[in-house]
Ligand binder design. Structure first.
Ligand code: GLN
Length: 526
């Protein structure tokens, strides 16, 4: 790869939401397949300090890293595509940088200087990029939003100026634009893309590569036209229409000619080994004789992004088990037994707040009563503990999150967490070790008695009620090493009823599905 570290900056024009994150991750995947060590970072211009308090319906899932950073779902794409574990330094937000800057200013660290967006915020962005890049051959930086957005200007200026720090020849600027197809005149319209490229040049960035996103394949003359108006060589204008599945994108981006661009940039002419992606893309197109119906009991039914890591983990487990996944959305606000009865398995994902909680408890209860395969994730564990306690006769058993005055607080808030309910960054976050009971279903699934999983929750199982929980059909099968926190529960005389206080979905990989999800699909198949 030569000895100088390289930087790839991925920006967007025309509109966001056209797969800039997947494109960035796929470029990384191609480079990895050429033998490079790749690191990647998301820069988000909004003023939140992290993604922890953002509404998941609007913003999609909050992805949690091993060190407990609450980040944008793009970090999940990066982890799944590049099979690496990221940390706080891979998620750079204006809000966090500004709050640090202002704290430094208050602490007198600027020695009388005027503190400004340029050079102080832009300097902080450049430092954050250098820090996240440490140790890799090639570092990819995706800038959220579109170029020209008022709030993103500091990032655009910082990545432009970054070239003077490391050398322009070590920077590759990739602009992802969208070209719409106009139904009435049956033609692709490149004008918005040309304007977006003008905007980028107006900020002093001459792109090296333009990725043209279209819904359907666009003719080559679109590339020629964009090349002519943007000054980018035609072979560096990459036409990228919608792929069948996201895991096909490393293949399509390579087939569309990014190879030549990357070769010129890195000097590495080796052919990437993309066989992993070929296998994954084929797996998703394969129809198996058997289909399993998995019901996801959830509040936000209109946005798959809200549960993207859970859905990806289910898909990966289904391919592994050679079955088709038929994902059913079960509204937590009106679950019915007949709806649950039609499913081969039930999954209750993580969640916060009271809305829909009784439906989730009912789903866990139904799965216990009817021996339906069940996987509970975080809140999915808490509702099953509530269901078990109620089955054992504690009819008002609840979590204090939903009923603060319940006498049977089988899920409660531990000392140190009380009073912080709406405060950012105060949950139990990131990697924690758990010890599993030998011979338990979870130990069997993992093939180990020690696990490390990511967490994001505030409430815990109240072990004062262990007897009632057991009487209701559940066993505690994994705890924190000191035994104080319940990490796993399961039902022993049940084909597969497993729940964890953690979020195993974050560690699932498309080609290496998480064992707890594999266990669910295996049981659903029977
Ligand atoms: N609301 C629950 C808690 O805070 C569960 C959180 C989750 O599912 N991530 O403990």
């Amino acid at each position: 790869m030569g000895n100088k570290q390289k930087f790839i900056f991925v920006t967007g024009g025309v509109l966001s939401g056209v797969g800039k994150g997947i494109t960035a991750a796929s470029i990384g995947a191609v480079l990895q397949a050429k033998g490079a060590t790749v690191s990647i970072q998301k820069c988000d211009p909004y003023l939140n300090v992290d993604a922890g308090l953002l509404n998941p319906r609007e913003h999609g899932e909050c992805f949690v890293t091993k060190d407990g950073a609450e980040t944008d779902l793009d970090l999940g794409h990066y982890e799944r595509f590049l099979d690496i574990e990221l940390t706080q330094k891979n998620a750079t937000l204006s809000g966090r940088l500004l709050s640090n800057l202002i704290a430094d200013e208050r602490a007198g660290k600027f020695n009388g200087q005027t503190v400004q967006l340029v050079p102080h915020l832009t300097g902080a962005i450049k430092d954050a990029i250098a820090l996240a890049a440490d140790g890799s051959d090639i570092h990819i930086v995706e800038v959220g939003g579109t170029v020209g957005d008022y709030e993103g200007l500091s990032f655009v200026e910082a990545i432009r100026d970054f070239a003077s720090r490391v050398g322009r020849e070590n920077c590759l600027y990739v602009h992802v634009v969208y070209v719409p197809f106009i139904q009435t005149s049956k033609e692709f319209k490149s004008k918005p893309a040309q304007n977006a490229l003008n905007d980028l040049r107006g900020f002093g960035i001459m792109p090296d590569c333009v990725v043209v996103r279209t819904d359907d394949p666009a003719p080559g003359d679109i590339a020629a036209k964009i090349a002519r108006f943007s000054g980018v060589p035609e072979d560096a204008v990459i036409l990228l229409s919608n792929a069948h599945t996201v895991y096909e994108v490393p293949l399509t981006v390579y087939a569309s000619g990014i190879g030549a661009v990357l070769e010129r940039f890195t000097g590495n002419a080796s052919k990437p080994d993309l066989s992993k992606w070929r296998t994954l893309a084929e797996a998703q197109e394969t129809r198996f004789p058997k289909t399993v119906k998995v019901g996801m009991v959830a509040k936000y039914l209109d946005n798959e992004d809200t549960y993207i890591s859970v859905i990806e983990a289910l898909k990966a487990a289904a391919w592994h088990e050679q079955v088709n996944l038929d994902l059913k959305w079960v509204s937590a606000e009106d679950t019915t037994d007949s709806e649950l009865g039609e499913l081969d398995a039930v999954l209750v994902p993580g969640g916060f707040g009271k809305r829909g909680i009784e439906g989730k408890i009912a789903a866990a209860q139904y799965a216990l009563d009817h021996k339906k395969p069940y996987l509970g994730l975080c809140l999915g564990l808490q509702v099953s503990v509530i269901a078990a306690a109620r089955r054992a006769g504690l009819s008002d058993a609840n979590s204090t999150e939903f009923d603060p005055s319940t006498k049977h607080d089988v899920v409660y808030i531990m000392e140190g967490q009380a009073g912080k309910e709406s405060t950012g960054g105060t949950l139990r976050l990131g990697d924690y070790v758990a010890n599993l009971t030998k011979g338990s279903k979870v130990a069997e699934a993992y093939g180990a008695t020690e696990t490390v999983e990511r967490h994001r929750h505030r409430y815990e199982v109240n072990q004062k009620f262990t007897k009632a929980i057991e009487a209701g059909g559940l066993t505690i099968s994994g705890t924190s090493p000191d035994g104080k926190l319940v990490e796993y529960i399961e039902a022993s005389s049940h084909p597969y009823f497993v729940a964890t206080q953690a979020h195993p979905e974050f560690k699932s990989r498309p080609n290496r599905p998480h064992p707890l999800f594999v266990g669910l699909i295996k049981a659903a198949k029977k």
